[in-house]
Design a protein around this ligand. Structure first.
Ligand code: C2E
Ligand code: CA
Ligand code: CA
Length: 587
């Protein structure tokens, strides 16, 4: 279709091309935006306008961040814009875009930045994909997770109910010894300070009643005693039958005087005359009292009450003895531990053990997790549970964490020097460390000092620590991410993290809590939770790691769920560095 004027033909073709390009730009199946370095919009395509209901004229000259709700705005200005300036690109960030009618639409946003040059200022080029479907899919997963958790808690409740029934004493209907111990443990851990009182009531001469009037009368007496004790505490305390003629009353007892008063009342109600087989008899009882001190367990508390009741009987029955624990100040115990730990850290008593993390596809060693222990000069090798608590409370955990990081990275560098494939190293961060302003520079310095590539380091943060102060955590994680380290959410499933936050944190890895993995074979609820966690991880683009894998069956199940990595005693316990090297050599 050439005419006699080639110049005009070319012009027409160019015009046609420009129209085609404009059409491609405007009607593309996604939003296209360009903006200046501070986010001010310079061009928007028609799709974006139709999709959001904003007029083009209204958009041009405003800032992109004004179209985002506040959380996403923080994400965009504190994470995306700086990243665009340093690396020139951000990929697939999940945000919500506020439409003209105020509705929020889920969107997936990718951007590149053309640096300034040839007299032109820098330009941001942003592609926006509608993400309803993906968001809906994720909601479904979260719902499934919630339902699985609910099913699981119902199952646990049903199980507890069955156990409760098994925990009754047949004769009196009172809780039995097992139930008592369980309840006491709950009370004691729920409120780990003094003041839980145990009154052990032992009937005097019960054997004589049994022998002279027969077992039926003996039983009748026990039922009556149970009723009297229950009436005496009237709902404020718990009454249980320990064995034979021994009963226990648990009550809140602020001091020894109050304890003695309650004990006297119990003796009083018991000594009222009883008619058994037309015979009026008078029972008496001895009572041993013990009040809990901080950190005390149920068995020890019961034992002290038992010691007291024996003393009461020895003193001539029908009386009360209160056990004095020669009570060491529990606060002093913690202070001493803290002092020792501080010294221990300085003296290099912390040791780091390493537990293999296996790639489930191919079953090969992918990395290790660093787990701290304390080589205590008198008490031997202590697990973190024995000292992380006080360290966290006091803030000493920052120093401890810095030591562990240093040691772990030194070891990683040593392994790298020894040859072989580079080992990824995972290190745990506590909530305090996450809130520490010095964390990011500390990590950066330590990586540099040992010449370890940031990509080899994974930092594990628990779900609970993340949710302590999610906004602060977002900023810290974003800064850590910028260093190039890998970020994992630890103990996932135990902390009820808000999904909105979870997807906003720049995470790379989701560690499924070992309690769910442990229940996988027995409990259908746990299996569903693990399956959902794996899917959730995939949908968020995270790798999934199952912890606490102890059996081949669990490993098989995880492989079939397409879980990425696993860690647990099935492969190896946490080992000292040299043993780990030998373990790896044997495989
Ligand atoms: P975590 O991060 O969940 O670490 C995994 C724990 O599970 C470790 O206990 C490990 O020995 C144990 N484990 C591994 N495989 C299995 C298994 O198959 N079955 C069972 N039952 N357990 C398994 P560990 O070493 O006692 O550490 C306990 C916790 O202490 C850690 O839990 C972590 O939260 C904390 N922790 C350990 N090292 C550090 C540290 O350097 N800094 C901080 N802040 N916390 C640490
Ligand atoms: Ca961990
Ligand atoms: Ca964990």
């Amino acid at each position: 279709m050439t005419s006699l004027d080639p110049a005009r033909d070319r012009r027409a073709a160019d015009d046609g091309d420009a129209a085609r390009w404009r059409e491609l730009y405007d009607d593309a199946p996604c939003g296209y935006l360009t903006a200046t370095d501070d986010g001010t919009l310079t061009r928007v395509n028609a799709t974006f306008c139709t999709w959001t209901g904003h007029r083009r004229e209204a958009l041009l000259g405003t800032r992109l961040q004004r179209l985002l709700p506040v959380g996403d705005r923080i994400l965009w200005t504190t994470a995306c814009l700086p990243r665009l300036r340093t690396t020139g690109a951000v990929a697939e960030t999940m945000v919500e875009v506020v439409s003209a009618d105020g509705a929020r639409r889920a969107a997936l946003l990718s951007a590149t930045r053309r640096p300034p040059g040839d007299g032109e200022p820098a330009e941001l080029r942003v592609v926006v994909f509608a993400a309803h479907e993906r968001r809906r899919h994720e909601r479904e997963l979260v719902d499934a997770l919630r339902r699985a958790r609910e099913a699981e808690s119902q199952r646990v409740q049903a199980e507890q109910e069955m156990r409760r029934r098994a925990l009754r004493d047949d004769l009196t209907g009172l809780p039995n010894r097992a139930a008592l111990v369980e309840r006491l443990e709950e009370d004691l851990t729920g409120r780990p300070r003094e003041g839980v009182g145990v009154l052990l009531v032992d009937l005097d001469h019960f054997k004589a009643v049994n022998d002279s009037l027969g077992h039926a009368a003996g039983d009748e007496l026990l039922v009556l005693v149970a009723e009297r004790l229950t009436a005496a505490v009237r709902g404020s305390g718990l009454v249980a039958r320990l064995s034979g003629d021994e009963f226990v009353v648990v009550d809140e007892l602020a001091d020894d005087a109050r304890a003695a008063a309650v004990a006297e009342r119990l003796i009083e109600v018991l000594t009222a005359p009883v008619v058994l087989q037309d015979l009026e008899i008078v029972v008496s009882a001895s009572v041993g009292v013990a009040r809990s001190v901080a950190g005390e367990g149920a068995e020890r508390l019961l034992h002290r009450a038992d010691v007291a009741v024996h003393r009461a009987k020895a003193r001539g029955r029908n009386c009360v003895e209160v056990h004095d624990p020669d009570h060491v100040d529990p606060a002093a115990g913690r202070l001493r531990l803290l002092g020792e730990l501080r010294q221990g850290i300085e003296r290099g008593e912390l040791v780091v053990h390493y537990q293999p993390r296996m790639d489930l596809r191919g079953d090969r060693l992918a990395g290790v997790e660093a787990l701290v222990r304390w080589q205590h000069p008198e008490r031997g090798l202590l697990p973190p549970a024995a000292f992380i608590g006080v360290a966290e409370e006091s803030g000493l955990v920052r120093r401890l964490g810095a030591r562990v990081l240093d040691e772990a990275l030194a070891q990683t560098a040593a392994w790298a020097r020894a040859g072989g494939a580079p080992v990824e190293i995972a290190v745990n961060l506590s909530a305090r460390q996450l809130a520490d302003a010095d964390l990011v520079p500390l990590v950066e310095r330590t990586l540099e000092r040992h010449g370890v590539a940031p990509a080899l380091l994974t930092l594990e943060v628990t779900e609970t620590a993340l949710m302590d102060d999610p906004d602060a955590a977002l900023l810290t994680l974003t800064a850590l991410k910028r260093l190039g380290v890998t970020l994992a959410v630890d103990d996932f499933g135990t902390g009820y993290a808000s999904f909105t936050y979870l997807q906003r944190f720049p995470l790379d890895e989701l560690k499924i809590d070992r309690s769910f993995v442990a229940g996988m074979e027995g409990s259908r609820g746990d299996a569903a939770i693990v399956a959902t966690c794996v899917q959730l991880a995939r949908s968020l683009g995270l790798r999934s790691v199952a912890e606490g894998v102890e059996t081949a069956a669990q490993r098989e199940a995880l492989v079939s769920l397409d879980c990425d990595m696993a860690q647990g005693y099935h492969y190896a316990r946490p080992l000292p560095a040299d043993e780990l090297a030998r373990w790896a050599g044997r495989r």
